[in-house]
Design a binder for this molecule. Structure first.
Ligand code: SIN
Ligand code: FE2
Length: 230
């Protein structure tokens, strides 16, 4: 990820009940992009949640700051896998260890590896599962591209639990038109082909719209291949 710019997003802070205005239509005809709204049924969502809880127990959430500005993200993050995505004053990068505890990240749980294998068909397993926790009206992720990886032939697999998100998807360039659509609990998205490097972000979540995450909020997982398979 490079240079998230929350200011690119429509203003949402300060609104007690943010209006729900995104188009409901799912994006179609985007090369390599798949939106699977009900991929995880209730039991599968609970199983993925249990996997997330095991990750968080071994690798507690962190609140990263952005390089340069030093401003904090509005979401909590942690990782599983050989390489975790991290950010600090110096850079966005992949790290084999948790920045605060210094410990290796826990392995990616089998249920997530199975989803990766089924949904991406990529011949190697992911090395990173980034866990994002969005909670409250200010939680968002500015428009960005996932570009800290060494390989781009592997898709990114995105899984959502809990509150509905207003997701934003653009194109190759930051200035390309974007569209907003709702992503609810149980949704899987695959960013392959052209869409692998498309700008994307989360404008906001709709607090209270989901029931799966204890304490409320939205948990998003992104599974990524970082290095070229041997
Ligand atoms: C990300 O771009 O890393 C996460 C997107 C999401 O929360 O759905
Ligand atoms: Fe991303």
């Amino acid at each position: 990820m490079r240079d998230p710019r929350p200011t690119d997003q429509p203003p949402s802070e300060g609104l007690v009940t943010p209006p729900v205005t995104p188009p409901a239509a799912a994006p179609t005809g985007i090369d390599g992009f798949r939106l699977l709204p009900d991929h995880l049924d209730a039991a599968a969502q609970r199983a993925v949640l249990a996997a997330v809880e095991s990750i968080v127990e071994a690798a507690p959430y962190d609140r990263f700051v952005m390089p340069g500005s030093g401003r904090s993200f509005s979401i909590d993050m942690t990782n599983a896998g050989a390489l975790g995505w991290v950010a600090d004053r110096s850079s966005y990068r992949y790290s084999p260890t948790h920045l605060r505890t210094g410990r290796p990240w826990p392995p990616i749980p089998p249920i997530l590896l199975d989803l990766w294998r089924t949904l991406t068909g990529y011949p190697a397993d992911p090395e990173c599962c980034l866990v994002n926790l969005y909670r409250g009206t200010g939680a968002k992720l500015g428009l960005h591209r996932d570009e800290d990886e060494e390989v781009f032939d592997a898709p990114i697999l995105n899984l959502s639990l809990g509150d509905t998100a207003v997701f934003r998807l653009g194109g190759r360039r930051r200035t390309d038109p974007t569209r907003g659509f709702l992503v609810k609990s149980g949704t899987a998205m695959v960013f392959g082909g052209e869409s692998r490097v498309f700008y994307h972000g989360v404008d906001r979540i709709i607090p209270g719209s989901g029931t799966v995450v204890p304490g409320g909020g939205r948990i998003n997982l992104t599974l990524r291949r970082v290095t070229k398979p041997a």
